[in-house]
Design a protein around this ligand. Structure first.
Ligand SMILES: Cc1cc2nc3c(=O)[nH]c(=O)nc-3n(C[C@H](O)[C@H](O)[C@H](O)COP(=O)(O)OP(=O)(O)OC[C@H]3O[C@@H](n4cnc5c(N)ncnc54)[C@H](O)[C@@H]3O)c2cc1C
Ligand code: SF4
Length: 329
């Protein structure tokens, strides 16, 4: 591990002043691992744990504000989240382990990096090592023709097929969250769908944050009247495992017809994958098995599997159908 300076940020201003030259550290559950593997080599670590960003507050418009330092466990077990945003609580509780969730934060979860095994190889992207365009642009992608069972089938490019690993982000995509950031140029908001970037020909650029910008909080809109939500995660073992396919759905059914639908997927996309195609296929249709399957077909119509991950196409479709059944039962 490379040596680094450690700075404790006593306030947001101090964090912003130090952030440009290094990396913020929150729970450390992603960053420290990546530093040990030499994937991340910051010269300065800016500890943002003292910042007053650990509250969950109701907004006057009926929404919910989540501070960037709110721990995943506290968010999952929050009464308002469990009652009005069940999909978010379920997604959080399906991730990692209780110990990790006690440390992991909302901001850190948004920023977590891919679990692509080639990317996490200490030698990736350096001469003699595995090619990895995300580590070192222009070195190729070892996963493309390597072992790619867990890799993405949606949003891939010729340069990278890495899956976005977060569960929380899939729920936030379906809930249409808004991310608030503060940086050297001031404050701004980013719609959830615009936060994570497709790999295209720049897979090293993973999100919309400018250098030195700090995520301060995430706002959830007012819950949709009468809607129910579900997160369903399919994986190789029942706990402590990343998704092979997951679905977050928010649905309102009235008079037997779908009046409102939001569908997002995890484990299959290069970013948390909102499916407008599935939502369009559902809205106005009878809430039945036929419509659910049509939505799943629409969601995966553009899937591009590689040699080892073709099974994800049908798995993801069944995941969507099952989660819609659960949300409308
Ligand atoms: C063994 C293991 C299993 C896991 N399983 C799952 C799983 O099943 N599902 C899942 O979703 N996740 C899983 N995770 C990932 C886990 O959810 C993340 O590690 C965690 O959410 C990261 O949060 P953190 O606060 O620890 O981030 P840190 O490690 O502190 O930081 C991560 C990144 O975010 C940046 N950052 C942190 N806060 C901010 C901020 N406020 N503004 C700007 N940048 C910021 C840091 O600079 C760093 O680049 C697993 C992790 C491990 C180690
Ligand atoms: S899939 Fe992306 S992260 Fe993985 S080796 Fe290829 S370029 Fe690197």
């Amino acid at each position: 591990m490379q040596t680094f300076q450690y700075v404790k940020a006593s306030g947001i201003e101090k964090a912003l002043a130090s952030g440009g030259s290094g990396k913020f550290i929150a729970g450390g559950t992603t960053l420290v691992d990546l530093m040990k593997l030499s994937v991340e080599t910051p010269s300065t670590l800016v500890d943002i744990n003292p910042l007053p960003l650990n509250k969950i507050e109701k907004l006057p418009n009926g929404g919910l504000r989540i501070g960037a330092m709110v721990r995943n466990s506290d968010l999952a077990w929050n009464e308002d989240v469990q009652k009005s945003y069940a999909v978010l609580s379920q997604a959080l509780l399906s991730g990692a382990s209780p110990q990790l969730r006690n440390m992991a934060t909302t901001g850190g979860n948004l920023m977590q990096r891919t679990r692509c095994a080639y990317f996490r190889e200490p030698s990736a992207g350096i001469p003699g090592g595995y090619g990895c365009n995300k580590r070192t642009p222009g070195t190729g992608c070892a996963a493309m023709d390597g072992y790619n069972r867990v890799h993405a089938i949606l949003g891939t490019s010729d340069h990278c097929i890495a899956t976005h690993p977060s569960d929380m982000c899939v729920a936030m995509a379906a809930l249409e969250a808004v991310i608030h950031v503060e940086g050297p140029k001031g404050k701004r908001t980013i719609a959830f769908e615009d936060f994570h970037k497709l790999p295209g020909d720049t897979p090293q650029i993973e999100n919309a944050l400018e250098p030195g910008e700090l995520i301060t909080h995430v706002d959830l809109p007012k819950p949709v009247d009468g809607a129910r939500s579900v997160y369903l995660k399919l994986r190789d073992r029942a706990s402590y495992e990343f998704a092979l396919a997951s679905a977050a759905v928010v649905v309102h059914v009235e008079g037997g017809h779908v009046r409102y639908a939001r569908v997002a997927m995890g484990g299959v996309g290069t970013k948390p994958w909102r499916s407008h195609e599935a939502e369009h296929a559902l809205t106005g249709k009878p809430a039945d098995a036929h419509a659910f399957r049509a939505a799943a077909e629409a969601a995966l119509a553009k899937a591009k599997p590689r040699q080892d991950n073709g099974f994800k196409v049908e798995l993801a479709k069944r995941c969507i159908v099952r989660s819609l059944k659960l949300a409308t039962a």
